[in-house]
Write a protein that binds this ligand. Sequence first.
Ligand SMILES: [Fe+2]
Ligand SMILES: [Fe+2]
Length: 284
Amino acid sequence: MNWDYFMTILAQITDLHLRPRGLTCYRVSDTNNLAERAIRALLALSPRPDAVVVTGDITDGADAREYALARHILGRLPMPVYVLPGNHDSSDTLRAAFSDYPGIRDAPTASGKLHYTADVGGLRLVALDSSVAGKPFGLLGAEQLAWLDRVLAEDDRPAVVAVHHPPMATGIQHMDSIALHDTDAFAAVLSRHAHVERLICGHVHRPIVAGFAGTVMTLAPSTAHQLVLDFDDKAPVDFNFEPPAYFLHCHLPGSGLVSHLAYVENFPGPYPFWADEGVRWPGE
Ligand SMILES: [Fe+2]
Ligand SMILES: [Fe+2]
């Protein structure tokens, strides 16, 4: 089999939860510094991703100072950066802060739900807005879903749909109560378009994979703190410092979208695979 390595790489970081400069998040999570480290990890990649998508909760408090810092940190990336809001964001404040960013610059709506499409190499990115002002759960709404149906119908290139809230229960019950609410209507639209290769989400601060509406949903961990994995119905809403990570969604013609979870931190190694004394490898 000869594989075609003309690859498009879409990096996904999520749930930065930035605070005004100098402040930490929830007392102990230095989200600003951790976001900087994630950006440094992306900058060290070779080849560099074609684009970066940030799937919401960019700030913790939707404060204009937090968005100014987000611009400063994300502005170090030389490739196009696509941002979309999470429940900790404000669609309007985010739209104003990133009005010159690709996608947002040409978004079809000037207020309300912030959604847009963008070309990323061989992929079409469709960014959605599931945030609801003042609420932790997600909602796409009939208008946005009608737009999604339209843009997916007019272009059959491989599509990646990005939305902050996952549309299914994950088993972490306190998060399931604040997942996407209009799941059935969303599934009805996606199931009509077989070229949706992937749905990418954030919100749960854990790596999660699930099937949804004829496609695959991958949920990325946060660049900062992660949620404790606890399926107990009385699980406290706690976080920990499991390793921050991000996804590299690689589109390979003939294979489709192949996603690699990559860590922000460096770990021991690399070590070469030298054979031990007296050991023969297959084929030697
Ligand atoms: Fe979050
Ligand atoms: Fe969230």
